[in-house]
Design a protein around this ligand. Structure first.
Ligand code: ADP
Length: 524
């Protein structure tokens, strides 16, 4: 534990009131701030909108010296710094958009003690010249924003973040480190702590549940019709529609505009000035809908977003929860709707195949895609499913499309046994498609070539279509009876839970195959 002398006698509570005008800390904030002030490296995991920025800004104002904020969001640095300055906080940023002279001036201001916070991109620390300058400053705190980027297990791994683990210890003033993220599974959290030297007891994780968000998965519907109907019915509310590709975002945007909706598009392919205008129009309620790729949203603080619709599923549950979490930051009710079609995941798989990620990272990407597939196929409470994924537990939310699904449960134990035994007969070496074909008694080329017609389970579900069997397999995978240990080569394996069912221990139930969500708006 490092001893840090505080520069003046204000308390965190004083800072909260004086600079931010708030009266109370949100869950986790006070503990994190206290740990930092005691010189303890800390990992803060809080949901989007939980108030992470304050956790390092308040100590920055109390500690003698400079707080370095490492953030991947270069495009947002200026906005963040401007809003700090508006609150009377001395902050600056250095990024690639500036001239050498501007950079020099900022560093001089930091050296003179005129800055409390300095925002930089991680790449900057790798430049020897910058490190040299930094050694002349007293860096009291290093805040690593979006810290999951340091982990190859995370959904947004960045090489430049990895270098932080060797670079930060070289800073002579030995700053305390605070790592912050909204999305960390247990694995990712452990990885961050190992790399940034945070002792396990210093992890502060606030509740992940968002009680005011109602999650919905909608399958088997015409997506464009759904979106049009929903947006029209919610004309007066602000919403974000996420698409997986720029083309899709453009197409949905055009459709809404044609229908007279105040909608605009946002993706990385648009010119800077257009992006800026669309973002601001949305922030200031001049637009009701923004149709965007995942390029939109990080760090955007619009509190009255009433719905987030995903026209296509993103590549991981982490990304989904982060994007969906942008609804209802004001605490009022909001909806997070995922429109799902199985082929959406092909897009994500294609992204993965074409990415330049190494083998280990690709494995993670495929694992993440599978977590998304499991989400859309589970019949347990959707929010609980996500919260469990992040290593926490909660009661059923009562408002998601699974909690409010009042269809009868059907006993599918015998069908499950048929599927599981077919997987076993096929020596757990094949994927869902082939297993479904065998069960349905298909004469597909591959089934014949591999002599699978000889299996005792061949055709034992001939009265069910192969694609329906695939859906059942997805459900059994999401429910933990089947698993794909290597999602890159997705061969099905029977889990312990599945083995119990095969031995006649326990029953399996399921509600009808397709979730019927007839109306976007309960009143229409
Ligand atoms: P995050 O980075 O975790 O997504 P932010 O730091 O952007 O969240 O905070 C989200 C919003 O909550 C901001 O508008 C912020 O001013 C507000 N906020 C943070 N802490 C408090 C607090 N203690 N009381 C009231 N509002 C807060």
């Amino acid at each position: 534990m490092k001893f840090l002398e505080r520069s003046f006698s204000l308390t965190p509570q004083d800072i909260l009131e004086k600079y931010y005008g708030y009266t109370e800390f949100r869950p986790g904030q006070k503990q994190i701030i206290d740990q930092i002030l005691a010189g303890q490296n800390t990992l803060a995991i809080m949901p989007t909108g939980g108030g992470k920025s304050l956790c390092y800004q308040v100590p920055a104002l109390l500690l003698p010296g400079l707080t370095l904020v490492v953030s991947p969001l270069i495009s947002l640095m200026k906005d963040q710094v401007d809003s700090l300055r508006d609150s009377g906080i001395h902050a600056g940023f250095i990024n690639s958009s500036q001239s050498w002279e501007e950079t020099r001036q900022i560093l001089a201001a930091a050296a003179n003690g005129e800055l409390k916070l300095l925002y930089i991109a991680p790449e900057r620390l790798e430049q020897p010249g910058f490190m040299e300058r930094l050694q002349h400053l007293h860096v009291a705190l290093a805040a690593i924003d979006e810290a999951h980027c340091i982990s190859q297990w995370g959904h947004d791994f960045r090489k430049s973040y990895l270098a932080l683990s060797s670079i930060l210890p070289q800073i002579q003033s030995q700053p305390t480190i605070i790592a912050l993220t909204a999305t960390a599974t247990t694995e990712v959290a452990q990885d961050i702590m190992a790399r940034l030297d945070v002792p396990p007891e210093n992890e502060v994780k606030t509740g992940f549940a968002r009680p005011n968000l109602a999650f919905k998965v909608v399958k088997g519907q015409n997506k464009n019709n759904f979106i049009l109907k929903y947006v029209k019915a919610n004309r007066n509310s602000a919403g974000i529609i996420y698409a997986a590709t720029r083309k899709k975002a453009e197409q949905i945007g055009a459709m809404l505009q044609k229908a007279g909706i105040k909608a605009a598009v946002y993706h990385a392919g648009l010119p800077e000035d257009v992006k800026k205008k669309n973002q601001e129009d949305f922030l200031f309620d001049r637009l009701s809908v923004i149709v965007a790729t995942n390029a939109f949203g990080m760090g955007i603080d619009k509190s009255n977003v009433r719905y987030i619709i995903h026209a296509q599923a993103p590549g991981s549950l982490e990304a989904y929860y982060q994007e969906a979490g942008r609804a209802g930051r004001d605490g009022s009710n909001a909806e997070a709707i995922l429109l799902y079609a199985a082929q959406d995941m092909q897009i994500q798989r294609l992204f993965a195949e074409n990415s330049d990620a190494d083998e280990k990272h690709k494995e993670v990407i495929y694992h993440n895609i599978q977590s998304m597939v499991n989400y859309v196929n589970t019949q347990t409470c959707l929010q609980k499913f996500i919260v469990n994924y992040f290593g926490q537990d909660m009661e059923d939310c009562g408002t998601c499309s699974n909690c409010t699904d009042d269809r009868q449960e059907t006993d599918i134990t015998v069908t499950t046994q048929k599927i599981l035994s077919c997987v076993m007969r096929m020596h757990q070496r094949y994927g869902r498609k082939l297993v479904a074909q065998v069960l349905a008694g298909s004469k597909a080329k591959r089934v014949l070539e591999l002599n699978l017609t000889e299996l005792p389970t061949y055709g034992i579900m001939h009265d069910t279509k192969a694609n329906q069997i695939e859906e059942l397999i997805d459900y059994l995978t999401a429910s933990g009876y089947l698993t794909m240990p290597d999602p890159q080569y997705p061969t099905l394996h029977v889990t312990q839970l599945g083995a119990d069912i095969l031995r006649g221990q326990g029953t399996v139930t399921r509600k009808v195959a397709i979730i019927q969500n007839n109306s976007a708006n309960p009143e229409d």
